[in-house]
Design a protein around this ligand. Structure first.
Ligand code: FHN
Length: 430
């Protein structure tokens, strides 16, 4: 009997056929919208405000009376994402402050008890299904509000006023209950995006990022796959994928570049995603005007595609329910770019060389796309280890002059009149 149990426990996750299909679709999507929104948005100081400002639970609870996003319209939000060329939305259902953006039986601390009352997760999910884009749910493992969450404090150790002892079994059951709601009441959910694993590290500088507690991911992940086998699981733990996960994400980092300072993260074999903010903040931050330019956003998107990764671009909507105009404007410009160049990005794979200073390479079928993001010289030599017959400017279709040299080197003669300030794309046909 012991041996039988041990062999069940050791069983590796085998993704279902639906899941494999969903992985492929996810891997073709390349561009999604991340939405950080909730009670914390009211304060306009980012989603970490409760912890950063050491606000006690009893004071923070007042936000429930204040969060009243009367101008919220799911149709408008989904329209903004679609117009930007985004293929999915990853929405915060519950962030570290524990506030549930959906109607839940398992907590009074949520949207249902605000003056607004409406289930914003449901409205956005329904609208995504209606407008034909995928809906994904972010769900925090870390919780600054519940007393049964292990440890008194969040990562900064400041404390939010919880007094009772932790009880992970109870907290785990709560998460399972809420995940069951999320996976049974909102139609098809494309991904569950976990965050917060890093809260329970032995040592912030420990590059192995091993957690102090056993989160029981096997139980959580198998529940998700039982309820919706196609639902992809990702976890922002900065480790190689754990058994049961379906995609690997890199926060503020292109896969494998290890620039974010989180960890030296290696790349596994799953579909990849990188996430970044449109300004410098995830949640609404009234002081943050450091908006990335359309050129910077396009650069990030194209470089991510050059690594074979999706780009999940974050917006932190305002407490009244609107996405601020500075974001909408920039997203629309990226959308204009995607309307022209989308087919050089969606459904492609990373090219024959990793992204370089000059730009990135994507490939699809018998086409290779050279994205000249920063390349400036009119005579440009590059090593191209794939045989190709023709070269043309993707946008105009005009031929590009080139000369093949020894050892796969090719010299292109770039016509300045054919350059595009965002990205000059040369299409090679094999
Ligand atoms: O602490 C969160 C943060 O608020 C935000 O949600 C980002 C998104 O990737 N993840 C965490 C930081 O690693």
């Amino acid at each position: 009997c012991f041996l039988a149990t041990a062999s069940i426990l050791a069983q590796k996750y085998v993704p279902s056929p639906e899941n494999l299909k969903a992985r492929q679709e996810f891997d073709e999507a390349r561009f999604g919208m991340f939405i950080h929104w909730g009670a914390s948005s009211v304060l306009g100081d980012g989603e970490w405000v409760m912890n950063n400002k050491n606000i006690k639970i009893k004071d923070y609870q007042r936000l429930q009376r204040a969060f009243n996003p009367v101008d919220f319209d799911a149709k408008t939000w989904v329209g903004i994402a679609k117009n930007a060329g985004m293929k999915y939305i990853t929405l915060i259902t519950r962030h570290h402050d524990g506030f549930s953006n959906f109607h839940t039986q398992y907590s009074d601390w949520g949207i249902a008890n605000t003056p607004f009352k409406r289930d914003i997760v449901k409205e956005i999910a329904d609208e995504c299904h209606k407008q034909g884009i995928k809906i994904c749910f972010y769900y925090s493992l870390l919780d600054w509000y519940r007393t049964d969450y292990p440890y008194e404090t969040g990562k900064t150790g400041k404390g939010t006023g919880r007094t009772e002892k932790s009880n992970y079994a109870s907290y785990l059951q709560f998460m399972k209950n809420q995940l069951t709601e999320l996976l049974t009441k909102y139609g098809e959910v494309s991904t569950i995006w976990f965050d917060g694993h890093w809260d329970q590290l032995d040592n912030d500088h420990d590059k192995t990022l091993q957690s102090k507690i056993d989160w029981k991911y096997d139980e959580i992940y198998s529940l998700i796959h039982k309820l919706q086998p196609q639902c992809l699981i990702g976890n922002n733990h900065h480790l190689l994928p754990i058994d049961g996960e379906d995609f690997q994400m890199f926060e503020r980092d292109l896969p494998g570049e290890n620039k974010s300072g989180l960890s030296g993260q290696e790349i596994g074999k799953l579909p990849l995603e990188t996430c970044e903010t449109l300004n410098g903040s995830w949640g609404y931050n009234i002081k943050d005007n450091s908006y990335k330019t359309p050129k910077e956003l396009v650069d990030y998107l194209v470089r991510a595609a050059g690594y074979g990764a999706n780009f999940l671009l974050n917006v932190g909507p305002m407490p009244n329910g609107e996405i601020q105009p500075e974001f909408v404007e920039r997203l629309a410009k990226v959308g204009d770019f995607m309307k022209i160049y989308g087919s050089t990005i969606y459904g492609t794979q990373g090219g024959f060389v990793r992204p370089q200073d000059w730009g990135a390479v994507t490939e699809k079928g018998n086409k290779v796309y050279l994205h000249l993001l920063k390349q400036k010289e009119d005579k440009w030599m590059i090593k191209i280890p794939v045989a190709f017959k023709t070269a043309k400017y993707f946008k105009s279709g005009a031929p590009v002059k080139f000369q093949k040299l020894d050892n796969n080197f090719v010299v292109f003669d770039i016509n300045p009149a054919q350059r595009d300030e965002l990205d000059t794309v040369i299409e090679l046909e094999k």
